[in-house]
Design a protein around this ligand. Structure first.
Ligand code: URP
Ligand code: ZN
Ligand code: ZN
Length: 470
């Protein structure tokens, strides 16, 4: 099967040029002007941009949390991702008592209904000699990334000594440690004090997780990485001070990389103070306008490396069913913590929103160039996580994950346009210009305007190799 996309403007992480692109079966076969081919299908892309499919390095589908589960599964979340231009998503495997093999298997089973390509990171939430010995076996499973937490005491957190040993093991095996940076001890203390004083509304979620905890923890992780001579990737960077630390550490030659997420670029503590503030509860929390501005600066100046979503949606009111893709559904959500912020499931929707929101409010607004947009949302994640140039590239031989992007398309965005399975959207009513028109996954069109052409089970598990340090 050959598809010829003609006269589009290709946008890569480093170049912008007019070209045809020939897809043969699952791969990009040729790129060039006026390609001679005898395609089965032709697509006229005049006036449109051609981007490599988005790669979301940070999602949580089907994640159990606080007596409920994140409301998108590996099919609904993938479908939503595709409508937003994303063709690869990376999820985090919860480490079960039965070990790595068993835990990866649980996630493999849940992902059998995948609609886009996917890959896994392992949450390293326990550490002992046995686990230490078994970590390299993850590489054989195609999982070369370990997420560690400096917060969530007694649940997910590892002590610094264990994190340091994990960094050494990662170094010796070509793996990468990803770090959730907050100060668990400070959070536990402030949370207990707030609850004892009856301060239980959503804003207290943010006030008990101060930015300085994220800032010092980011520097601590970078310092440990340097001492272990290992790379580290800081997830969901949210505070301006973290950008400062990232810049400082990188200027000192430390192999540290940073990811931010759209929510930290647009929202602040004030959103948590609203009557519906629970919608914005995630960890780490929203900060201030100065933090938003410094994160944008981090993107403009290429201090940061990627933009993920941390997509971990919950219903705002999980007692009231919604009609999603023709079916009535209700899943317990943020209402679980109506009287106590510590019981509100942590996480936000965003897997579909990421690329359209960043195009309008990042590229059109002048913070990042179209090439930086491609770098942050596709090429850099592919390189860091060992998928490049199979993914994240418009090159002969790459998977034909291709987005035809209409830079003129105007849309008033919100829950009605989103396929994310929840009852609210953080960007409700936002005016957007620039939106995916057609999306191809390995040469097959899976989104055509408003029409879904993807299929449950068509997404493939991607075994990853060693990544690059950017
Ligand atoms: O609130 C969030 N971000 N939930 C997902 C888990 C995490 O720490 O990334
Ligand atoms: Zn995290
Ligand atoms: Zn996360």
């Amino acid at each position: 099967m050959k598809t010829l996309i003609q006269n589009g403007t290709l946008v890569t992480a480093s170049e912008t040029f007019t070209s045809d692109i020939l897809i043969e079966d699952e791969k990009i076969a040729r790129i060039g002007l006026n390609l001679e081919a005898h395609p089965d299908h032709r697509v006229d892309a005049s006036g449109k941009l051609i981007l490599p499919g988005g790669i979301d390095p940070h999602v949580h589908l089907d994640l159990k949390m606080f007596d409920t589960v994140s409301s998108d599964d590996h099919y609904t979340g993938h479908k939503a991702a595709a409508f937003g231009g994303t063709t690869t998503a990376m999820d985090f495997v919860a480490l079960e008592d039965k070990g790595f093999d068993y835990s990866v298997d649980v996630w493999m089973k849940m992902a059998e209904k995948a609609a886009i390509d996917y890959s896994f990171h392992m949450n390293l939430t326990r550490f002992d000699e046995k686990i230490a010995k078994e970590i390299p076996s993850l590489m054989k499973m195609g999982v070369q990334t370990l997420k560690v937490f400096t917060a969530y005491n007694g649940r997910l957190r590892l002590d610094d000594g264990s994190i340091f040993k994990a960094l050494q093991i990662a170094r010796d095996n070509g793996m990468l440690v990803m770090a959730h940076c907050e100060n668990g001890d400070v959070i536990e203390t402030l949370t207990a004090q707030a609850l004892a004083e009856g301060r239980a509304s959503p804003i207290w979620h943010a006030l008990t997780r101060p930015a300085w905890g994220a800032v010092e923890s980011t520097l601590r992780m970078a310092a440990m990485a340097e001492q272990a001579d290992a790379p580290v990737y800081i997830v969901h960077m949210n505070a301006g001070g973290e950008v400062d630390m990232l810049q400082y550490a990188r200027e000192h030659g430390i192999k540290v990389m940073g990811e931010t997420c759209p929510q930290y670029l647009f929202f602040t503590l004030e959103h948590l103070a609203r009557p519906d503030g629970a919608k914005w509860i995630c960890s780490p929390p929203m900060r201030t306008e100065a933090d938003n501005a410094r994160l944008w600066e981090g993107l403009t100046q290429n201090i940061l490396q990627t933009i993920g979503t941390d997509h971990c949606p919950f219903f705002y009111n999980g007692t009231r069913p919604i009609v999603h893709e023709g079916n009535e559904i209700a899943i317990p959500g943020k209402e679980l913590g109506r009287d106590d912020f510590t019981k509100i499931p942590n996480g936000l929707p965003g897997i579909q929103d990421r690329m359209p929101i960043l195009w309008t409010h990042g590229v059109n607004a002048g913070y990042i160039t179209p090439n930086q947009f491609v770098a942050y949302t596709s090429t850099n994640p592919a390189k860091i996580f060992g998928l490049y140039p199979k993914k994240g590239a418009l090159l002969p031989g790459s998977d034909a994950d291709v987005v035809i992007w209409d830079p003129q398309k105007k849309i008033k965005y919100g829950v009605a346009q989103s396929h994310q399975r929840t009852d609210y959207n953080l960007y409700e009513g936002w005016d957007l210009q620039g939106y995916p028109e057609k999306v191809f996954l390995r040469g097959r069109m899976i989104v055509d305007g408003d029409e879904w052409k993807g299929r449950r089970g068509d997404g493939k598990f991607l075994k990853r190799g060693e990544g690059e340090i950017l």
